[in-house]
Ligand binder design. Structure first.
Ligand code: FAD
Length: 425
């Protein structure tokens, strides 16, 4: 079912951990700390017992999970060893260098966002049930937050959950749900207390995406593809034990998801000159010598410098995170990478000349990867979404303005009013 290679050679977004060409850390040595050594020995055992070249990818990932090498910071028995997340880099570098499958390609929303949310908010039963098949890619996940009337203002959402004995009955519509058409499970947030202020009346659930009361309709994008969907819930019954956190915890649960989403989207640290900027340098090299003028080169170099500044900012952010200060860098990386991707691909298409206008056949496809891109032209079209998905750039400016620069806050007239009394269309 899955192709574990990146969808194409030069550009993969939404992948937080794997960077082609990164340095490989050696096998166990005497200079390592006890934790590093433990991890290195487990990786050795994994790679020796299940060589990636000859092991079915699902089996390999299951073995990686069982050894606690999936998300090393998660508790033992749930894909981790309860160690610092720093050690995941050591694991990833070694397993990817050995040709191991990347769980992020198989299940991007699950691996980057809903898995970490289940780990923080799930019960023991939920963690045991969901995390392993999520990591192996046997069960794909989607994130059901946005609604037609609530995207940036996601806390104002209107889908409802009403308690009925040991179940909750859900009604409403979600939108832009990436990969819902492939998903086994969804992380759903609905309003369970309309009398509470908007952030306080939300509750999160794990929902069965294959239930007959869940209807999934494709939404077609400017690339011609439909990677996302509208999802309709009509009296969908969810068992009470599928709640994540308690009633009213939905906002806090979703903050865990959104923090992971921003880092997952914007926090990738490519090697120098790799990532999206490599599309531009490749396009520049393909320009015939008689069309290479200094003004164009100047534009290429400005973008190259911006890409390098973002790369260094993400390295600094990573180091701050390791020292326990998550800070605002998730929003900086998310915002800066959106603008940069768009500008880089804009110029790359320009450099291609008339060829830059040629693009496929617009046949509607249902991609398996949320960021499938197989040409510069397609990447250019897809990059328009970068400043919308995972929170718009304007919302990121607000976060940075208010929380970092201490500027006066956005006007929020509905914050202290019961949701049921907030005027809406
Ligand atoms: C490719 C893609 C994939 C997505 N996948 C998912 C998914 O899997 N699950 C999911 O739940 N959602 C998903 N989304 C939805 C995404 O989170 C929303 O589109 C986004 O949060 C913006 O919401 P909106 O589209 O309703 O726009 P709106 O919130 O209506 O915003 C419209 C415009 O107003 C601006 N604006 C809004 N509020 C403010 C403010 N306070 N200050 C300044 N400007 C403001 C916005 O920046 C924007 O320009 C996806 C979106 C895209 C594009």
């Amino acid at each position: 079912m899955f192709d574990d290679a990146p969808p194409h050679g030069w550009r993969v977004r939404h992948v937080a951990h794997y960077v082609p060409g990164m340095t490989v850390i050696d096998a166990p040595t005497s200079q390592m700390s006890a934790d590093e050594r433990r991890v290195a020995e487990l990786v050795d055992d994994l790679l020796t017992s299940f060589p990636p070249a000859t092991t079915d990818p699902t089996v390999f990932l299951g073995e990686q999970f069982d050894r606690g090498l999936a998300w090393v910071q998660f508790p033992e028995g749930h894909g981790g060893l309860g160690l610092t997340p720093k050690l995941q880099k050591q694991i990833n570098e070694r397993v990817y260098a050995a040709g191991a499958p990347n769980p992020m390609y198989r299940n991007p929303i699950g691996h980057g966002m809903t898995g970490p949310t289940v780990a923080v908010w799930g019960t023991e039963e939920q963690k045991s049930r969901y995390l392993r098949p999520l990591f192996t890619g046997e069960e794909i996940w989607c994130q059901l937050f946005s609604e037609p009337g609530s995207g940036s203002d996601f806390a104002g959402l209107s889908s409802t959950g009403v308690k009925d004995g040991d179940e909750w009955i859900v009604n409403g519509q979600k939108v832009w749900t990436t990969l819902a058409h492939l998903s086994r499970w969804g992380l759903l947030v609905v309003r369970t207390d309309p009398q509470a202020v908007k952030h306080a009346g939300l509750t999160a659930f794990v929902v069965d995406m294959q239930a007959p009361t869940v209807e999934i309709r494709p939404l077609r994008q400017m690339t011609g593809e439909a990677e996302f969907n509208e999802v309709f819930f009509s009296d969908t019954r969810i068992p009470a034990e599928e709640m994540l956190g308690g009633p009213g915890d939905g906002w806090r649960v979703s903050l865990t998801t959104l923090m992971n989403e921003r880092v997952s989207i914007g926090g990738t640290i490519p090697t120098k000159g790799s990532g999206t900027i490599s599309a531009l340098t490749a396009a520049w090299k393909s320009v015939p010598e008689d069309r290479k003028d200094p003004a164009l080169l100047d534009e290429v170099m400005k973008l190259w410098a911006r890409a390098e500044v973002l790369r260094l900012t993400n390295i600094r952010a990573n180091q701050n995170r390791k020292m326990g200060d998550p800070g605002p860098e998730g929003s900086i990386g998310k915002m800066a990478s959106a603008d940069l991707n768009k500008d880089v691909l804009d110029l790359a298409v320009t450099l291609l000349g008339p060829e830059g206008m040629l693009y496929g056949d617009y046949t509607m496809k249902r991609p398996r990867f949320s960021s499938d891109t197989d040409s510069v032209q397609k990447a250019f079209l897809r990059s328009r979404a970068n400043s919308i998905e995972g929170g718009t750039s304007e919302v990121m400016y607000n976060i940075l303005g208010e929380r970092v620069l201490g500027l006066p806050g956005d006007v929020r007239v509905d914050r202290d009013v019961p949701w049921s009394q907030v005027p809406r269309n």
